[in-house]
Design a protein around this ligand. Structure first.
Ligand SMILES: [Zn+2]
Length: 421
């Protein structure tokens, strides 16, 4: 139903604009260059015929597609982000288009011998015969999340051009700075005015997510006593050894490299230390809120135990919550997940429902009062030179958006759809 060429053209025009965000910046957007795409999107939305097109002082772009039915329909929203990660260059993105992919190695860059191979990235094999968009090996692609933006834009264009498809009022928002965890920070949920929304920011076709980690960061400070090593007997206290006690007392197998699915972890991210003082930087992750709280408590208890053992106040733990599992906000309104699931099935996409081992802007939005599951945008291998997106997956995402709009207007609610765990 959606023109493949139109999707490709639109996507290419977005990824060629460098919108890398910067976590060291305090401004919003964190980089000036994000305005380039934000302003372009605002113009395109106006030209397309969307209503209430706004851009605020922080570069959040919003627009409305008015309802085309008489009866009352809940206002729904679609959200994606236009920044790309600071982890990898997004300057001079030079996309390669591989038509009718043959299932073999793709040479991204002959000179540098950079190859996108199904031997390593086996997901590629499910896209045989499809059209892939890749990088040239020098940059990321930016399908995260310019694929999501492309899909929302194309879906709105489709609905504007096809008034026979019935839908309620739809709000859309494009945000800056998602990649540095701030996409939701200045999101004006009240102004957006939707009952619920979906971020179009997942990976492979079919992904539907409404569970993510509970997350906290912990800074452990260990103090020692520095003395000249030649005169140190019974005087020196080496903070690095105490820090090692702390590290070794946490469950060694509850770390990212030993866990999957809904298993939580402690992740030692960085250490700085000398004899006088050592600092450990941890992140704590768990889908289960009780387990999450227990992990935080375990770190505090451990600090207390080590202080007792050394008979001095040598370890302090400072923990800051970062974000929470949106499941607790989505479960009471489970029909919003069911509608998305049903929409996928109706356009021949097999839903893949799984917990996210990370966070999303949707989680933060859910806690700001806008329940917001995450839907696939179609890309793979985010945040690096192997990033790629099948055009057919983007097409499917457009169809899913249109179908969600239709189903919502047709009055499908929780009573009509099976609630699934
Ligand atoms: Zn993203």
């Amino acid at each position: 139903m959606t023109n493949k060429e139109a999707i490709i053209d639109r996507f290419l025009s977005y990824v060629k604009i460098d919108t890398q965000s910067d976590e060291t910046s305090d401004t919003t957007p964190s980089t000036e260059k994000q305005w380039d795409l934000a302003n372009k999107l605002r113009e395109e939305l106006q030209e397309m015929g969307m209503q209430e097109v706004t851009i605020d002082e922080n570069a959040y772009v919003m627009a409305t597609l008015p309802s085309n039915v008489e009866h009352e329909v809940p206002v729904i929203g679609f959200v994606s982000h236009f920044d790309t990660t600071p982890d990898f260059s997004g300057t001079n993105v030079n996309p390669q288009i591989i038509e009718n992919y043959d299932g073999k190695d793709i040479i991204l860059n002959k000179e540098k011998n950079i190859i996108l191979s199904p031997d390593y990235f086996s997901d590629l094999l499910q896209y045989e015969g499809q059209t892939l968009i890749t990088t040239d090996g020098n940059t990321l692609l930016g399908a995260d999340d310019k694929a999501g933006i492309t899909e929302i834009m194309e879906a709105m264009k489709y609905l504007l051009n096809n008034p026979q498809v019935k839908h309620g009022k739809i709000r859309i928002c494009f945000t800056p700075d998602e990649e540095i965890g701030r996409g939701a920070h200045k999101f004006d949920v009240e102004k957006f005015g939707a009952e619920w929304a979906y971020t179009m920011d997942g990976s492979q076709v079919g992904e539907l997510e409404f569970e993510n980690f509970n997350a906290a960061g912990a800074v452990v400070k260990v103090s020692g006593k520095s003395v000249h090593p030649g005169y140190a007997k019974d005087k020196m206290i080496n903070s690095m050894y105490i820090a090692m006690d702390f590290i070794n007392s946490l469950p060694r197998l509850e770390t990212p490299e030993h866990t999957e699915d809904r298993q939580g972890f402690f992740h030692l991210n960085a250490i700085e230390g000398d004899v006088e003082e050592t600092t450990l930087h941890y992140i704590i992750r768990d889908h289960d809120r009780e387990h999450f709280e227990a992990r935080k408590q375990m770190m505090q208890d451990l600090a207390g135990e080590i202080c007792n053992q050394y008979e001095r106040d040598c370890v302090t733990v400072e923990i800051k919550d970062q974000y929470f599992n949106m499941r607790e906000k989505v479960e009471p309104v489970m029909h919003i997940v069911n509608i998305a699931e049903e929409a996928m099935k109706q356009v021949d996409v097999t839903p893949i429902i799984k917990p996210i081992r990370g966070g999303t802007d949707g989680a933060q939005l859910s806690f700001k009062g806008l329940p917001c599951p995450n839907i696939f945008a179609g890309g793979h291998n985010f945040h690096g030179k192997y990033e790629y997106v099948p055009v057919e997956s983007m097409q499917k995402a457009v169809e899913v958006i249109v179908k969600i709009a239709e189903l919502t207007a047709s009055g499908i609610q929780n009573s009509e759809l099976k609630i699934q765990d």
